[in-house]
Design a protein around this ligand. Structure first.
Ligand code: SF4
Length: 500
């Protein structure tokens, strides 16, 4: 029987998904493991602990009869970490903890991730299968938790930890660990993951992305519904500034992965904005120097994204799987202005700059994804109608050609706990639902695995949850031809003559 000091389980969203005929379209199974998990696992291993990562939804996808309980019965382990980063895993994470404790009642179960950080006290209060929650950043705290539990030492010195002590009282240690640098961490020790090769293969197939690569930690912005922004992070993890990895470390990661796995593309886990373009240019230059044959997925967090960046992106990555994404959420300047006024002055996506993106995407024949959301705070019916017309215009202009790679994406949104709109719903004109963790667990228990998220936790003056879901679906279906034509048959490199 194999023994590990620590196992880390990435939980499913739905315990027994009914995939039906849509096996290839189960994006919401979300087999992605949060990027930081690999660094945490690697850090523990380097400190001498035996570690294994198990991706529950991946195992389930590979073998419909796979059972976590049966898997756990065949191994020994002392501590089980479970990530609750995305709130969509709320039901799956509680069920996973239950299975772990049923099989191994003596193991310690510890949660981590953004959503766990937000609900740490409720998790410990309502769920006896959870022994501890690590808030914020986890490398040193989990290491010290494992060391102290191994030696039966007190846990009161473990940074960022909330836990139930021997007398069954909930104790909350202060947040005193925030990583100052990321350069000592290894984000690509995927050898610790069960079925690592399949993970990359199926990530690409199901989620459209092979490898998520950390570039930095933190974000300088405050988008209304995101818990990864600056103010939310300050509250959840004590992080008040962005730190970047040395570009050379990113190159090392790409080498590590390409040496062992056949990865067609890399998704960069940090976006572009005017003050960090220099970093991106430097990184792209190093990637070109290495002559990696790889595509890139890049997000634009704030505009402008100038033409020279398109050119560098074009020269750096193979076009086949590459994409650039932006999430204005709506094309309404009115909505952007309102958000800018109460939440983040940089939340501006001027129409002329979006048009420039479209123009450059067509020029360089690089996929551009524009993400919209119906029912976004402050959006009126008129705004939605305009977004719909914008989508139809794009569809007519770009929807039937592989040579015009513009895609409009739409998704119903769950307002993340800790985000500005979640913390002050009234100012954003929304009404929030599911304010306790057990209610959230129940909401996610009832969903089916589909292409997009189906659980919404808010409604606005103009859109009920049901209307919101229906119109998002409608927009998604309207835009589908653009998605299907955006490069399935892409032009050969020699056909692109812009730089020749
Ligand atoms: S959605 Fe906005 S706040 Fe969140 S990580 Fe992206 S840019 Fe930052």
């Amino acid at each position: 029987m194999k023994s590990y000091d620590v196992i880390i389980i990435h939980p499913p969203r739905v315990m027994e998904p009914d995939y039906g005929k849509h096996t290839k379209f189960v994006r919401s199974t979300y087999i992605f493991i949060p990027m930081g998990v690999f660094a945490i696992a690697d850090f523990l291993e380097r400190e001498g602990f035996g570690v294994k990562i198990i991706n529950y939804p991946l195992e389930q996808y590979l073998n419909r009869k796979w059972s976590l309980a049966e898997f756990l019965k065949k191994i020994n382990f002392k501590v089980c970490g479970i990530d609750l980063h995305w709130i969509h895993n709320a039901h799956g994470v509680i069920e996973t903890a239950k299975i772990v404790k049923e099989v191994n009642p003596n193991a310690k179960v510890v949660f981590g991730g953004f959503s766990a950080s937000y609900y740490h006290d409720q998790l410990l209060k309502y769920y006896k299968n959870i022994d501890a929650v690590i808030r914020g950043e986890g490398e040193i705290p989990l290491l010290n938790y494992v060391r102290n539990t191994n030696k039966n030492h007190d846990l009161d010195s473990v940074a960022n930890l909330s836990y139930r002590n021997a007398s069954n009282h909930i104790k909350i240690n202060p947040i005193s660990y925030v990583a100052k640098s990321l350069n000592e961490f290894n984000f690509t020790n995927v050898n610790l993951l069960e079925n690592a090769k399949k993970y990359f293969e199926y990530s690409r197939r199901i989620m459209g992305i092979s490898l998520n690569l950390p570039i930095a930690r933190g974000c300088p912005f405050n988008c209304p519904c995101c818990a990864g922004g600056q103010r939310a992070q300050q509250k959840l993890s004590g992080r008040d500034k962005v730190i970047f990895r040395n570009p050379e470390k990113v190159i090392e990661d790409i080498h590590n992965i390409l040496d062992k796995y056949n990865i067609p593309s890399v998704f960069f886990g940090h976006g572009t904005y005017p003050t960090n373009l220099k970093y991106w240019k430097n990184l792209f230059k190093l990637i070109r120097k290495e002559k990696f044959d790889i595509s890139g997925d890049l997000e634009i967090w704030r505009l402008p994204y100038p033409k020279d960046m398109w050119e560098l992106f074009y020269k750096t990555f193979t076009r086949r799987h590459s994409s650039i994404s932006i999430s204005p959420r709506t094309m309404s300047t009115n909505v952007h202005n309102k958000v800018a006024k109460i939440c983040d002055p940089t939340f501006q996506f001027p129409k002329n700059q979006i048009q420039d993106l479209i123009k450059n995407a067509n020029l360089f024949r690089m996929t551009l994804r524009i993400w919209l959301t119906i029912g976004y705070p402050f959006q009126t019916r008129r705004d939605v109608l305009k977004d719909y017309l914008f989508t139809i215009k794009c569809l007519i202009k770009y929807g039937s050609s592989n040579f015009k790679p513009i895609t409009i994406m739409s998704e119903p949104y769950y307002i993340f706990p800790g985000s500005p709109a979640h913390e002050d719903p009234k100012s954003f004109g929304i009404k929030l639902d599911y304010n306790s963790f057990p209610q959230i667990v129940d909401a996610f228990k009832r969903i089916k695995v589909t292409y997009t998220n189906r659980v919404l936790n808010y409604e606005t003056k103009y859109f009920s949850k049901t209307t919101n879901l229906i119109i998002n679906d409608l927009l998604f279906l309207t835009a589908a031809p653009m998605f299907l034509t955006r490069g399935a048959k892409y032009p050969k490199e020699k056909d692109v003559t812009i730089f020749k």
